[in-house]
Design a protein. Structure first.
Length: 187
C-alpha cells in the first residue's frame, strides 16, 4: 500500500513546513491538513531543532531554501536528513539554480521545486523517490546569462545567502547584486 494514500488517525503522517513567509506557511499547512497530514510549522533552523528536541520526527518535510537568519534551508535539510534518513524532504525556492539543487539532493532532499508550487506538486514529489532515466536532455547549451546566473547562485549558496558576503566574493557592489537577483527572482 502506498503511504500517500492512507487516511485516518492511525495513518496520520507528520509533515514539517519550514517556511519563513507566514502566509505561505499557513496556506501549505492548511492544504496538507485537509489531505490528512499532521503539520508542524517552523521558520528557521532553530525552530526545527526545537521541534526535534520535543520528540517530533516527521515523515515528510517541505523546506524553503532561503530562510531569514544565519542558516539557509540547506542546513535544515541536512539536519532533518541526519535525524531520519528515510524522511521525504522537498525543497521549495524562488531562487532556483543548479548549484543549490545539487546541494539540496546531496544533503538529503528527494526533490527540489521552484515556487510557485502547490500541494499537488509537492505530494507528487514525495511519491517520486526514484530518478527518471527517461528525462529528456536539453539540446540547447547554456547562455552566458545563464552561466552568470548559476555562478551567482553558487556563490550565494556558499555564503549562506548573505548578499553582502556574496557580492564581496563576486567582486561587485552589493546593490548591483541585489538588482540582478530582483530581476531574475522566481515568485
Amino acid at each position: 500500500m502506498n503511504p500517500l494514500n492512507e487516511v485516518g488517525p492511525a495513518a496520520q503522517r507528520l509533515l514539517f513546513v519550514v517556511e519563513d513567509d507566514e502566509s505561505l506557511s499557513q496556506s501549505l499547512a492548511r492544504s496538507f491538513e485537509r489531505r490528512g497530514y499532521r503539520v508542524l510549522r517552523a521558520d528557521s533552523l532553530e525552530a526545527v531543532e526545537a521541534l526535534l528536541a520535543q520528540g517530533h520526527v516527521p515523515d515528510y518535510a517541505v523546506v524553503d531554501l532561503k530562510l531569514q537568519g544565519e542558516a539557509s534551508g540547506l542546513a535544515c535539510v541536512r539536519r532533518l536528513h541526519a535525524q531520519a534518513p528515510g524522511m521525504m524532504i522537498v525543497v521549495l525556492t524562488g531562487f532556483a539554480s543548479i548549484a543549490t539543487a545539487v546541494e539540496a539532493v546531496k544533503l538529503g532532499a528527494c526533490h527540489y521545486l521552484v515556487k510557485p508550487s502547490n500541494t499537488d506538486d509537492i505530494e507528487r514529489a514525495f511519491a517520486r523517490s526514484e530518478g527518471d532515466v527517461q528525462t529528456a536532455l536539453s539540446p540547447r547549451q547554456a547562455s552566458i546569462k545563464t552561466l552568470e546566473w548559476e555562478h551567482i547562485h553558487e556563490v550565494l549558496a556558499a555564503s549562506n545567502f548573505n548578499i553582502s558576503e556574496a557580492a564581496r566574493r563576486l567582486g561587485m557592489h552589493r546593490r548591483t547584486l541585489a538588482r540582478k537577483l530582483e530581476k531574475r527572482q522566481v515568485r
